[in-house]
Write a protein that binds this ligand. Structure first.
Ligand code: PEP
Length: 252
């Protein structure tokens, strides 16, 4: 299908500005020969501008971890799509399970954010995934399907617009438990069918679906070898330049 692999670092609420820029300085030489993989870093908000400057001249892109859907106004503590564009963000992670779990985000908010990102020309990375309880009760597809339909409600992709989906089983995030490649592929294939129902086969075939949940240099290659796994959203193992570069170089 020709989908370019995409590997995203999500640093969550970690790293000072100096640490973020220090990471970039060490990381860029480690991936300087990599041309067939798209890479993005998602630092905390206050590091966006310094990391953006540090990335200039490289092909590594900048991503934000969240945003508000409004362009401006009385929303204390929030950051708008235009502000992210201004900081140089090409991508924004939306609906991460930690946003859903700790900040009460539901599909309604996530969908407004997805629409606002597309409107601003930022590529949304929509995160979906089931909890352990949902998996144990046989509700994985219900949950993931509902989050895809909910998060993409009213989305019509114009030509040139792109979205990314990230399947992140909640029980595999930060726990060291990875879904087996077959378990992940099963959900990715389901997700791609769901995308086909929404956007048609052609568009669905071009949308990259990332896997997230305890991805490491040691398991990235086998996960990436699955038919519908097109990349990775990486938390813990993206914190050190060597280990993140090892994931980016999964095939080499
Ligand atoms: C994440 O938070 O998106 C994630 C996948 O974390 P980890 O790699 O630490 O499981």
């Amino acid at each position: 299908m020709g989908r370019r692999p995409f590997i995203v670092a999500n640093w969550k609420m970690n790293k000072t500005v100096d640490e973020s820029v220090g990471f970039v300085e060490k990381f860029l030489p480690l991936v300087s020969g990599v041309e067939d993989v798209d890479i993005a870093l998602a630092p905390p908000y206050i590091s966006l501008m310094p990391v953006s400057r540090a990335l200039q001249g490289s092909s590594v892109a900048l991503a934000a971890q969240n945003m508000h859907w409004e362009e401006a106004g009385a929303y204390t503590g929030e950051i708008s799509p235009g502000m992210l564009r201004d900081a140089g963000c090409r991508y924004v992670i939306l609906g991460h399970s930690e946003r859903r779990q700790y900040f009460g985000e539901g599909d309604g908010e996530v969908s407004r954010k997805v629409l606002a990102a597309l409107q601003e020309g930022i590529v949304p990375v929509l995160c979906v995934g089931e909890t352990l309880g949902e998996r144990d009760h046989g509700r994985t597809f219900d949950t993931v399907g509902g989050q895809i339909n909910g998060g993409l409600a009213d989305v019509v992709l114009e030509s040139g617009q792109d979205i990314i989906l990230a399947y992140e089983p909640v029980w595999a995030i930060g726990t060291g438990k990875t879904a087996s490649p077959e378990e992940a592929q099963e959900v990715h294939s389901f997700a791609r069918n769901q995308l086909s129902d929404i956007f048609g086969n052609n568009v669905a075939g071009s949308i990259r679906i990332l896997y997230g949940g305890s991805v490491k240099p040691e398991n990235a290659g086998v996960l990436m070898s699955m038919a519908d796994i097109d990349g990775a959203l990486v938390g813990g193992a993206s914190m050190e330049p060597d280990s993140f570069a090892g994931i980016v170089r999964f095939g080499n």
